[in-house]
Design a protein around this ligand. Structure first.
Ligand code: HPA
Length: 246
């Protein structure tokens, strides 16, 4: 049976309903992960959980040690990763509260440790990344969202920006021109590192605000927090459905 790990993003620093059997403080050759890897039972199944930003939420997107996080999950035995990410909506159908299961991404980040193949190796390794997300896992998320009756898109290009500031309206116009449907700050290098380690990976993105310039008002943290609160119940139900069906 596939061993699943959930990486919880903003609004999901704790997986309610997870009966924790063990909390593993892990150290890796790349430093410390964001927190302990929790092993336990969720939806009747063994699963791992890691809070991407730590618990409580303390690490901004550009300070997350993505390499340590992925390495720790792999070391703990994970084979498949369900990543939860809060995003801004760019596509006109992707308003606040909408879910998106991205099929592709564009990476706009800079200066992050983004590969396990950074050192001098005998052979340079170039992973194939034409399709960054696992189609099998994506389909499981799509089926679960469907069963849940959520409003969602079974496609989407995730534009990953550096943050921690939000984008300018012109940057969002550029992302849109590039084909991005949603924008977030934590999708990369996480997805690429998962691929380097041979872990299947898919993203469940919850739109928590219209991206910059997509609404007449400014983006506020209370607005984002409210959308997270409203959406997290569905996130947990969707994850539970995926795990009990897989
Ligand atoms: N931009 C980037 N990241 C985000 C946003 C956004 O508008 N909303 C949530 N994460």
């Amino acid at each position: 049976m596939t061993v699943y790990a959930i990486i919880g993003g903003t609004g999901l620093t704790q997986l309610e309903g997870l009966t924790i059997r063990q909390s593993l403080p892990m150290s890796t050759p790349y430093g410390e992960p964001s927190g302990e890897v929790q092993l336990g039972e969720f939806a009747g199944r063994e699963v791992m959980f890691l809070a991407r930003h730590g618990h409580p939420h303390r690490l901004p997107p550009h300070k997350i040690n993505y390499r340590a996080n992925l390495w720790a999950l792999k070391q703990a035995g994970a084979q498949a990763i369900l990543a939860v990410n809060a995003v801004g909506g760019i596509h006109p159908d992707m308003g606040t509260g909408h879910f998106c299961v991205p099929h592709d991404l564009v990476d706009y980040t800079s200066g992050r440790e983004h590969t396990f193949f950074a050192e001098d190796l005998e052979q340079v390794i170039h992973i194939d990344f034409s399709r960054p997300y696992s189609q099998v896992l994506r389909q499981r998320l799509i089926d679960a969202l469907h069963a849940e009756g959520s409003t969602f898109s079974d496609f989407g290009v995730y534009g990953c920006t550096q943050g921690p500031r939000l984008e300018t309206a012109a940057e969002i116009v550029r992302l849109e021109r590039d084909g991005c449907d949603v924008v977030g700050m934590t999708g990369m290098p996480e997805a690429a590192l998962a691929r380097e380690l041979g872990l299947n990976y898919a993203c469940l993105a919850l739109v928590v605000n219209p991206a910059a310039g997509k609404s007449p008002s400014v983006i506020t943290m209370p607005e984002i927090d409210q959308a997270l609160q409203n959406g997290m119940g569905t996130v947990k139900s969707v994850l539970a459905r995926v795990l009990s069906a897989a």
